[in-house]
Design a protein around this ligand. Structure first.
Ligand code: SF4
Length: 419
């Protein structure tokens, strides 16, 4: 491993002087950082014009130029154009939230009935070689690191499967050195024994690696772009392969080229201008859908949450009203797309939004490593890795199922059968 990719998983105060100096220089001196638009060695380049289209639209988007008339026109149209979507995301649409919610609800019912999918995430490792300044897992942060053994993975999965859950999203920190593709593939093969639908949220990889992971049993791939603003992205992702913005952008397309059934998209709202990031995320999905009409596409809408050992991030305020506006606009523009609302949001918000436009919720969530038995069955265990962020809705699978049913929704655990 060269100096550039050296990973430090210890207290910042105990970093070797050269590492500490490097960390400070990365933070303070932009010229010390690598070019975030240049691919690193080994990163596959694919031919795709989607990036340019999304970036152009984002750059041109002047949301303050939209009026109440534009919003009313957008709401009156049977299908939502890109221009209509821009109006629905604009501040001018804020007073129309109720009408937007009604339209979104109708479209959700038309496309998904009254169903809501339930899944759970499982973090199998929290080692990370990147320095994203807003994340508790970043390589300079002093947290307990852990990578589950295959035995531990199987045990965690047994504990989760016992609850009745059928879909799992497997996550790692982003470290090829500690959680290589083979390790993830073997973990997926274990998951196949217990779950019917498997997603991964790992570092972006090349087409042949996605193909291998699909053969191991992965159904869909989720990649968060964090922010689509390339300049802002540069100031937040200071080191590691994640710094390369275009390689990350093309990840979902490479995953589909590798045979994956579906792909998930997201910006982390609050990192930058949320309206522009929401526009870019939805357009990313829109253009991928036109190019790969068979793919099952979905969006998530996370907002920044407080992080262990990090007081340097002040999330730009995205309140629940703004979040609701973004989600309704997503539904109206992309009626076919799945929308996931994570446990970063409160139980009240998730109960409400599931009736309007969300189609998938997580339950029984832990963002720690190897602590499902402790959380699900109350058995104490010191040998666990720290959590990535605090969650807001800690409902168990059983409670979530019950609450969704009581809200008039039909919980769905899986709708796909391999023959
Ligand atoms: S956001 Fe992901 S890549 Fe960045 S430090 Fe956290 S775990 Fe690593």
């Amino acid at each position: 491993m060269n100096e550039e990719n050296q990973v430090y998983f210890i207290d910042s105060d105990k970093l070797p002087p050269t590492a500490l100096e490097r960390k400070h220089r990365l933070e303070q001196d932009p010229s010390f950082r690598t070019n975030h638009m240049e691919y690193m060695e080994g990163m596959q380049v694919i031919q795709s014009d989607i990036k340019d289209k999304v970036l152009r639209a984002m750059e041109e988007y002047d949301y303050d130029a939209y009026t109440a008339g534009d919003v009313e026109r957008a709401l009156s149209h049977e299908s939502c154009s890109i221009e209509d979507f821009k109006a629905l995301l604009s501040p001018a649409a804020a007073p129309y939230l109720e009408q937007m919610a009604r339209k979104a609800e109708e479209l959700t019912k038309n496309h998904f009935g009254n169903t809501v999918y339930i899944f759970t995430p499982l973090y199998i490792a929290n080692y990370c070689q990147n320095y994203c300044i807003y994340c508790g897992f970043n390589c300079y942060n002093n947290i307990r690191r852990k990578k589950l053994t295959f035995e531990e993975i199987e045990h965690e999965m047994q504990v989760i499967a016992k609850t009745g859950m059928e879909e799992i999203l497997m996550l790692t920190g982003e470290s090829r050195a500690y959680s290589d593709v083979k390790y993830i593939g073997e973990a997926v093969k274990i998951a196949r024994k217990y779950f019917k639908n498997i997603g991964i949220e790992i570092y972006p990889v090349n087409v042949d690696e996605y193909q291998y992971l699909h053969e191991c049993g992965v159904d869909y791939v989720t990649v968060f772009q964090e922010t689509y603003n390339t300049d802002k992205y540069e100031t937040l992702h200071l080191m590691g392969h994640k710094r390369v913005w275009p390689y990350r952008f093309d990840a979902q397309e490479r995953a589909l080229m590798g045979g994956m059934r579906g792909a998930g998209f997201s910006a982390l709202l609050g990192l930058d201008d949320f309206r522009k990031d929401a526009l870019a995320t939805a357009l990313h999905v829109y253009y991928i859908n036109r190019k790969y009409p068979h793919a099952e596409l979905s969006l998530s809408c996370p907002r920044l949450r407080p992080i262990v050992n990090n007081d340097r991030i002040n999330p730009r305020d995205v309140g629940e009203k703004e979040l609701c506006q973004v989600l309704c606009a997503y539904r109206i523009f992309l009626p076919f797309a799945g929308i996931t609302v994570s446990s970063r949001e409160s139980a009240t918000f998730r109960n409400g939004i599931a009736k309007i436009c969300a189609t998938k919720v997580s339950a029984g969530v832990s963002t720690g490593i190897g602590d499902h038995e402790e959380k699900y069955e109350g058995k104490e265990d010191d040998n666990v890795g720290d959590e990535q962020f605090e969650i807001n809705d800690d409902r168990s699978f059983g409670k979530m199922y019950e609450d969704m049913e009581q809200g008039g929704l039909q919980p769905v655990l899986n709708d796909y059968i391999y023959v």
